[in-house]
Design a protein around this ligand. Structure first.
Ligand code: NDP
Ligand code: MN
Length: 398
């Protein structure tokens, strides 16, 4: 049977006819591009920036570098080195207090997804007041956020250009997801020179996060030709350049191509959303405070094994993007080859084999699955799962 393109995109049968595409206003790419940050801030009319960076030595040093670059263009700043990995509501509240006390008019985030998401939370509060938990989910009536520039230092989350933020609720030990186009940064900076310092484990985890974004967006029920093009190019680039970036962190070509790949993956999932891998990974991250990319990488082949019967034709295309010759394979064989390709790539870059190795416990799976079913990311997964099936996927990934 020949299925129409739109039909194949809408596995659940409902045909969404109107699509909106969100992107930052400006994106800077390429080695050395961070040096443009002062010009950009000045052009935007910023006078005093709150610089949000990580708590490590790496984060603090970067914060100072950014302050110097802003200063050279006449933009003052105050550094808030308070965004820990898996940023918390507490840090967001603290940052928002400093933003107001210091009369800042712009936010500049520097680091991986954690400082960038923390900065988005601070921006939400600076404009709207209250507590960050008040804005969980989507559909709030928000006032516009302060001007925001993001400087990305990992090649993974794409938070520098998305309308998503993930912040840990310290009371409930869960990760809250925030989705609103108004938290999209104005200027997104991806300078591969800032990525060479990533150790191999972080490179692998964040790179597999980007691969998860592309694959979940490609099989999403609201994928479009625009998001497909971005997702497929990103899968090709990750397959080719992630092993190189993990093997030799100073390989600047591999770093630059991974920066493009994660940005393309961002275009894809910012507009086609995600699926059960992220819905389930968020629970592991929130419950055990585990790295986001590693959780995704371990879950990815298991969720896609569950998904592949719903949209096998999409997995054939993923296999091709991963370099598999599918010409002599049946559709089912080619779809299986896509899953094998994911597993091989994960093993090649040193991702742990299962969740047990990460410290996940069988007795927690019920609660994790219940929370995963409430996560906003699951809504566009191509195959609907019930609670028992989500528990089953977690078990298969143990
Ligand atoms: P993090 O930002 O959590 O960074 C992990 C660690 O790596 C930190 O200690 C950080 O230090 C360090 N680090 C960052 N960059 C470098 C570098 N270039 N060299 C050396 N060390 C570095 O990692 P991720 O980028 O993976 O972000 C994960 C977070 O993003 C999670 O909370 C996840 O839920 C969220 N996320 C958000 C999305 C979105 O669209 N908003 C999408 C997907 C995930 P320091 O911070 O001190 O600089
Ligand atoms: Mn992610």
């Amino acid at each position: 049977m020949r299925e129409s393109y739109l039909h194949s995109l809408c596995a659940k049968g409902e045909k969404k006819m109107v699509y909106t595409f969100y992107n930052p206003k400006v994106a800077l790419m390429g080695a050395g591009c961070v040096k443009e940050i002062g010009n950009q801030a000045k052009q935007m009319g910023g006078t005093k920036a709150l610089i949000v960076c990580g708590v490590s030595k790496h984060g603090e040093a970067l914060g100072k570098d950014i302050a110097a670059l802003l200063k050279s263009s006449g933009v003052e700043s105050r550094i808030f080195a308070g965004a820990e990995p898996n940023p918390t509501d507490t840090s967001v509240h603290e940052g928002a207090k400093i933003y107001a006390q210091d009369s800042c008019d712009m936010i500049v985030a520097v680091g991986g997804g954690s400082p960038m998401d923390c900065a988005k939370g601070i921006g939400l509060l600076a404009a709207n007041g209250g507590k960050i938990g008040d804005y969980e989910g989507a559909g709030h009536d928000l006032k516009p956020l302060p001007m925001m520039i993001t400087v990305n230092t990992t090649a993974g989350t794409a938070s520098e250009m998305t309308s998503f933020a993930v912040i840990t609720d310290t009371a409930r030990h869960i990760k809250m997801a925030f989705v609103d186009w108004r938290i999209t940064p104005d200027v997104a900076i991806n300078d591969p020179e800032l990525m060479v310092s990533m150790p191999p484990g972080l490179t692998a985890a964040t790179g597999m996060d980007a691969l998860t974004h592309s694959i979940e967006a490609f099989v999403s029920t609201i994928a479009t030709p625009v998001t497909d093009a971005a997702a497929l190019k990103s899968i090709e680039l990750i397959k080719e350049f992630l092993p190189r970036a993990v093997k030799d962190g100073s390989d600047i070509e591999a770093r630059e191509m991974m920066a493009y790949a994660e940005y393309l993956a961002g275009i894809a999932f910012n507009n086609a959303s995600l699926g059960y891998v992220h819905a389930m990974a968020h629970q592991l991250g929130g419950f055990y405070n585990l790295p986001h990319g590693v959780c995704n990488a371990v879950l990815l082949p298991h969720v896609e094994t569950f998904n592949k019967e719903a949209v096998p034709e999409r997995f054939v295309v993923i296999a091709q993007a991963m370099g598999v010759d599918v010409s002599k394979m049946s559709r089912a064989e080619a779809a299986e080859a896509a899953i094998d390709g994911i597993k091989k790539l994960a093993a090649e870059v040193g991702i742990p084999a299962g969740l047990a190795e990460l410290g996940a416990k069988e007795e927690d799976l019920n609660v994790l699955a219940e929370n995963a079913m409430k996560d906003v990311c699951g809504a566009t997964n191509p195959r609907e799962a019930d609670l028992a099936e989500i528990i089953g996927i977690y078990k298969s990934a143990m």
